[in-house]
Design a protein around this ligand. Structure first.
Ligand code: PA5
Ligand code: NI
Length: 188
């Protein structure tokens, strides 16, 4: 493999050269992850908006490589729950990840299999270190797109199944115009 460069816009995170194609996730792909599936269905019926998109350079996905890219979580809510990513553990559980916020603001909701929970707010110019073993989900509680760059070991893999079946222990919802962390009533 040869060295290369790639562009990511400093504010929007978008790769304008088209060297990497974004993957979009819409409400219909995450209906059951939201606390209020009826609100999710309503959003699906009225155009199925894009919740977030991310552009990842996977490189070889071998030990020693790095995968990296940008992620954009759009502002909005499903019921009183903010737009968010699916979230995942890494398949190689102890694989860490670094995020760097370019614009907007948001939370990273994290939890370990043992039940530790951590919520960090990130702003432009701040980096977040997600240690191995911590599942991670980005949540946009702001009014602008929440944009981050990320880097993780190329062989990490994504385990979505655990979060899809169990959900996260905690959710972030809006109460009186402010974000609050609550217990997930559907957590198994
Ligand atoms: O590896 C990461 O954590 C990111 O690249 C995410 O994959 C990206 O933000 C999209 O989230 P998810 O993979 O949970 O849908
Ligand atoms: Ni990850």
């Amino acid at each position: 493999m040869k060295p290369y460069t790639i562009d990511f816009d400093l504010l929007t995170g978008i790769c304008k050269s088209g060297k990497v194609q974004p993957v979009q996730r819409r409400v219909s792909q995450m209906k059951m992850q939201f606390a209020d599936p009826e609100a999710a269905q309503k959003a699906i019926d009225s155009g199925d908006p894009v919740l977030y998109e991310f552009s990842t350079l996977l490189n070889d996905e071998k030990k020693g490589t790095l995968a990296f890219g940008s992620t954009i979580i759009y502002p909005g809510k499903i019921g009183d729950e903010y737009y968010m990513t699916k979230g995942h553990f890494h398949t190689i559980l102890d694989s860490a990840e670094v995020y760097y916020c370019l614009s907007g603001k948001g939370f990273m909701m994290m939890e370990t299999p043992e039940g530790d929970v951590d919520l960090q707010e990130v702003h432009p110019g701040e980096a977040l270190y997600v240690p191995g073993r911590w599942a991670h989900r980005s949540i946009n509680h702001g009014t602008e797109p929440f944009v981050m760059l990320f880097v993780y070991p190329g062989d990490s893999g994504h385990d979505y199944g655990t979060i899809e079946t169990k959900g996260y222990r905690k959710l972030v919802v809006e109460r009186d115009g402010k974000p609050v962390m609550i217990d997930n009533p559907k957590w198994k």
